[in-house]
Design a protein around this ligand. Sequence first.
Ligand code: FES
Ligand code: FES
Length: 153
Amino acid sequence: MEIRLKVNGRSYVFDVPPRMLLAHLLRDRLGIRSVRIGCDTGHCGACTVLLNGEPVKSCNVFAFMADGGEVVTLEGLNDRLAAALKRAFVEEHALQCGYCTSGMIVSLYGLLKDGRQTSEGEIRRAIRGNLCRCTGYTSIVRAAVRAQRYVSS
Ligand code: FES
Ligand code: FES
């Protein structure tokens, strides 16, 4: 089936099988490597992207369901908030192996993009679907708090 999709600002037309997952479309057809396949079952969050502005696990979405929509992956996040998150992740040592990091940043971007001041509890809730085997989450939460401070100063 034919679908139209905007990905990181570029428009595409794809012919996709009905059961193709958005995660596989992004990785296999477009070569977008920040979309990681950790589980393929909606549990780890490594494949998180923004779909029409909201974080979704792209292995939970059939490609045809995104028809007409707009997808943004970590590669497409280039504004002040994205820069603040990336800087804060480094400064707070919020990544080790890095496997979860792109999904984490996309989920946090989805939370913080409106510029509203958020609590630590909200930050923890925003990443509750993103698993990290390495960091214990505390440094990731600190990074989100720090990034929020950067964009509001
Ligand atoms: S690969 Fe999508 S949630 Fe794990
Ligand atoms: S940094 Fe390794 S899984 Fe999160």
